[in-house]
Each structure stands twice: as C-alpha cells, then as structure tokens.
Design a protein around this ligand. Structure first.
Ligand code: ZN
Length: 110
C-alpha cells in the first residue's frame, strides 16, 4: 500500500497543514525512506534495537574512521579547506565549520 498526496490532503486539510503538494510528496518520500532503511537495517542487524543504534550514533561525536582517511592536506588552499569542512560536517560532529570558513562559503554562494 502506498499513501498518495491526495489521501494526505483528504485526511489533513490544507488549513491544518500548509504545505504544497511537492512538500507533501517530500514528506511521504522521506517516510518511505525511513521504512525501507529500517527494514534493511533489521535484515543486517538481526535482534538488535534500531532505536538504541540511532541513539548511540547520535551520541558519537567523533568519526574516527572518517578522520583516518580524510586528513586536511598540508598547507591547504582556501578551496581545499572549504571542501574539507563541508565534507567533515557531513560525516562527523566533532566540531562545527569555523566562522571564517562559513563566511567564505557564504561569499561564494553570493
Ligand atoms: Zn571530526
């Protein structure tokens, strides 16, 4: 069974939930992604608790594996630093993007 945007609209009229059809579809896609992820996860981790695993992951601030294979280049250029920090926050939560780098990214985005 697949839930459609129309069914969501019927159950939750627009005055309660002011999202465009596209946004409702994004929410549905995300929901199905979570379901699929959960099913696949249970296949590869039989008998383990997914909630416990999510909690453990979110409490692990330092991604040792990622840092091991992604060290900042020696005398990195500004471009390299920006690229490194963007990839870093996507994989590891040990520290945020420094303000100076954030400003550079914003400058480049115009
Ligand atoms: Zn890190």
């Amino acid at each position: 069974m697949v839930i459609t945007v129309e069914q969501v609209r019927e159950k939750y009229p627009k005055e309660y939930w002011d999202l465009s059809d596209w946004e409702v579809q994004q929410v549905l896609d995300y929901m199905y992604f979570i379901c699929e992820f959960s099913i696949n996860w249970h296949k590869t981790h039989p008998g383990e608790s997914l909630l416990k695993w999510i909690k453990k992951e979110s409490e692990a601030p330092f991604n040792k594996e990622w840092h091991k294979s992604n060290s900042m280049p020696m005398r990195a250029t500004l471009d390299q630093k920006i690229k490194w920090h963007i990839e870093h926050v996507a994989h590891c939560k040990c520290r945020p993007i420094p303000d100076k780098i954030k400003q550079e990214i914003q400058k480049r985005l115009g």
